[in-house]
Ligand binder design. Structure first.
Ligand SMILES: [Zn+2]
Length: 353
């Protein structure tokens, strides 16, 4: 195997999109006995890819690295201890990996593991022809909606962990979703819809509301960021406030999230895209008996659950745009402009139609 070469994007130093170098002679990874080799068909993009590229996040990152956390493809080789997967199986990959032996890993809470690694961030990912993973992290799926599956892993496992596993979302709840047109927000809307909850989505502009209303979320309420959000949420919930708020924005939204929660509400918190430091009225937390939960991606069990959920409910991400893996530089520039809805997907040039 060491002799085999593949094409892929190899990040050798941190910086702008021009650092995403397309190589024709990258090494095909070798598999261990409990691993499978997956021929990547599609790889979804996440903001994590941009953080990796830019560096300076404080995380211990090593380069060179092949980015790409959201991988869908076909098994082309199986290790000697692989029991269930076979060559030709179509799989979507769980994008994380714990050490396997610490108490957190043994309890199935790998995301709490001090050695937790993310595919395409700490270990080589899917901006390439092949990727390697342990058998248990490759979930077999039907050979349908293949592009859509590439939008699932990071966004849906995070939304599921935040809203369902920790947030205990039920059909009785009204959930407010910040950034509802982005990858994570769209995942949260889909999960709320599948569960039968009511949702209120907050987006940047009216055109995104029009789009979401036309694409499966006609029963949900939406508003733009510049509206008086707590007041409108109060109106839409018969003055009681939201049962749960999904906040992955951070500095700019945290205080508003607390304000619009109902008594006994839950704040499902999972990111700080606008920065980490903020000031809040602490009285809101104990006065309204708010529960705040933090999610850092989701565990393998969450992933297995959300994969089954999406299949049964036939709910899949919206694909904003597809690029060839070879055009990752252009794709990153497009992502940073932010003028799209749903997920951006990279396609293995071999499968381009
Ligand atoms: Zn561990």
């Amino acid at each position: 195997m060491g002799e085999q070469k593949m094409t892929g994007i190899v990040l050798e130093s941190h910086g702008g999109p021009e650092e995403l170098l397309f190589k024709k002679e990258a090494d095909v990874p070798e598999i261990k006995p409990n691993e499978v080799l997956v021929n990547v068909e599609y790889c979804g993009m996440n903001h994590l890819d941009i953080w990796l590229r830019k560096g300076g996040t404080g995380d211990k990152l090593t380069l060179p690295r092949i980015p790409g956390s959201d991988v869908v493809g076909r098994v082309t080789e199986t290790g000697t201890e692989v029991k269930y997967l076979q060559k030709g199986d179509f799989v979507v990959l769980y994008p994380g990996k714990g050490c396997g032996t610490c108490p957190s890993c043994i309890n199935g809470r790998e995301t709490l593991c001090r050695r937790f690694q993310i595919l395409g961030y700490h270990i080589d990912g899917g901006y390439a022809e092949y990727v390697v993973t342990e058998e248990k992290r490759a979930i077999k799926i039907p050979d349908q909606f293949t592009k859509q599956w590439a939008g699932v892993p990071v966004a849906y496992v995070t939304a599921w962990n935040a809203l369902v596993t920790k947030g205990k979302l039920t059909a009785n709840d009204t959930a407010v979703i910040w950034g509802a047109s982005g990858g994570l927000g769209y995942a949260a809307l889909s999960i709320a819809k599948g569960i039968g909850a009511k949702a209120i989505g907050i987006v940047g502009e009216q055109s995104k509301i029009d789009f979401l209303k036309k694409n499966g979320f006609e029963t949900f309420d939406f508003m733009t960021r510049d509206e008086d959000i707590p007041r409108k949420v109060r109106e839409l919930t018969g003055k009681s406030g939201a049962d749960i708020v999904l906040d992955h924005v951070g500095r700019k939204t945290f205080s508003t999230s607390l304000q619009m929660l109902a008594r006994g509400g839950r704040l499902a918190f999972c990111g700080v895209t606008t920065g980490p430091m903020t000031e809040v009225d602490l009285r809101l937390i104990f006065g309204k008996q708010i529960t705040i939960t933090g999610s850092w991606m989701g565990d393998l069990k969450d992933f297995v659950e959300v994969v089954a959920f999406l299949q049964r409910k036939n709910l899949f991400p919206h694909i904003g745009k597809i690029f060839s893996i070879a055009d990752a530089k252009t794709a990153h520039e497009f992502m940073e402009e932010g003028r799209y809805i749903g997920k951006l997907i990279l396609e293995n040039p071999i499968f381009q139609k």
